[in-house]
Design a protein around this ligand. Structure first.
Ligand SMILES: NC(=O)c1ccc[n+]([C@@H]2O[C@H](COP(=O)([O-])OP(=O)(O)OC[C@H]3O[C@@H](n4cnc5c(N)ncnc54)[C@H](O)[C@@H]3O)[C@@H](O)[C@H]2O)c1
Length: 388
């Protein structure tokens, strides 16, 4: 298949590109290197060193004997995206090209606006490019489970749900209540996609994934193929940050009570799921909502798990500290088990590895880069506060 990956230089984009070329698919990517720039803007860097795109592509050719096509450019530039889609004629467009940090979006009005404008404009450009070039192209859009918040009902894996409102039954769009400007941008993305499906019959997978963790997939067989790995308070997701903290003997920084629950998935299992969704697209004109997470855990459970793994790999147990929660989020008595139907039907439900075992691999991968991580350790403590 021909796959166009928007945001190919990112954590997920690069790992997906490797899996697809390894499986014999043709891959083309676009990126404006925004994440590289924005991470350095706050004084941070990927904990694992990553090559320039030119060198990445060369490394892929050496390891897999396959060529990845690349255009440096901004997906918010409509002419650019339309031209690339027209010339390349992909079967699937995977849309990752968004500002993806909740804390970054909460810094101030400029960062909030950047997040909204970048994310919504890129999604609008993708749907218009597909409508203009070929309505049959499958759009696989990366959203997040964070769009829903923590409702009292079990979150259905569907765009619509039956509800009784003031005594009247109707089918309504599944209610959402996001917890940052970033997450709201994803909610609005979902509405844009659903409307484009109703309006023009576009074929869309709206993929809701929980936080991803892990340093590698089975395709990352040399250091030259590393994907980025962020660890600071703004760009690092929670388990990735805990592991980096453990490697340099820094306390594991849990926000608030640590009873917050989320559905986590390893990078390996995320890439397997994305590949299955690309290889098994929806019917022409279908709007497919997909939920993906593998293990539901509280922050406290994960901190304990990293602490135990650190003892095994590093020979010491890092302290666990609780910091005032900079976010505004529910912390206790959470019912959290979003429905999952689509991926299990495609045979995607087994864990490649339990989180305990994945964390051991992560600590082993990060250990040689302890000096590099130490230089960034001042960035572990949260600086962006939702209410200040
Ligand atoms: N990593 C996670 O835990 C996670 C979980 C759920 C959803 N997601 C979503 O998955 C997608 C990919 O996440 P990631 O972790 O790989 O993030 P990332 O920041 O590492 O990758 C995103 C890539 O898109 C590029 N990009 C951003 N805006 C662009 C634009 N306008 N034009 C061209 N390129 C642009 C960035 O430079 C970056 O390389 C994001 O949309 C994110 O919101 C990620």
């Amino acid at each position: 298949m021909k796959v166009l990956i928007l945001g190919i230089d990112g954590y997920l984009g690069w790992a997906l590109a490797l899996r697809l070329v390894k499986k014999g698919h043709e891959v083309m990517g676009i990126d404006n290197f925004y994440t590289r720039k924005a991470v350095s803007e706050i004084g941070s860097d990927s904990a694992l060193p990553i090559l320039s795109m030119q060198d990445r592509i060369r490394a892929v050719e050496e390891v897999f004997g396959a060529k990845i096509g690349f255009v440096e450019g901004d997906v918010t530039n409509y002419e650019l995206i339309r031209k690339v889609v027209d010339k390349y004629r992909p079967d699937t467009i995977v849309h990752f090209a968004e500002q993806r940090s909740a804390p970054y979006s909460m810094m101030d009005v400029e960062h909030a606006k950047y997040t909204m404008i970048n994310n919504l404009t890129s999604t609008l450009n993708v749907i218009y490019a597909v409508k203009e070039v070929n309505k049959k192209i499958h759009i696989l859009k990366m959203g997040t489970l964070g769009e829903y918040g923590y409702p009292a009902f079990r979150i259905p894996e569907d765009a619509f749900v039956e509800a009784v409102i003031q005594g009247v039954k109707d089918r309504i769009v599944v209610p959402k209540w996001a917890g940052s400007w970033y997450h709201w941008s994803k909610v609005f993305d979902s509405y844009i996609l659903l409307y484009a499906n109703r309006l023009w019959g576009l074929t869309i997978t709206d993929f809701h994934q929980g936080p991803v963790y892990g340093t590698r997939t089975s395709d990352i067989v040399t250091e030259e193929l590393f994907t980025r790995f962020d660890i600071d308070d703004v760009w690092g997701t929670v388990i990735n940050r805990f592991c980096a903290e453990a490697v340099v003997g820094h306390p594991l920084t849990v926000y608030g009570s640590g009873l917050q629950k989320k559905g986590f998935t390893s990078l390996e299992d995320t890439i397997t799921a994305l590949t299955a969704l690309i290889e098994n697209p929806p019917e022409d004109g279908e709007f497919r909502t997909v939920h993906h997470y593998r293990e539901i855990k509280t922050l406290n459970e994960m901190a304990e798990l990293v602490k135990r793994a650190a003892k095994e790999v590093l020979g010491y147990e890092p302290e666990i500290v609780h910091l005032p929660n900079p976010r505004v989020e529910p912390e206790e008595d959470l019912l959290y088990e979003p429905e999952k139907k689509v991926l299990p039907k495609l045979g995607i439900y087994r864990l490649t590895r339990a989180m305990e075992d994945e964390v051991v691999i992560m600590l082993k991968d990060l250990k040689p880069y302890a000096d590099r991580i130490r230089k960034m350790q001042a960035l572990f403590r949260p600086r962006v506060k939702w209410r200040d």
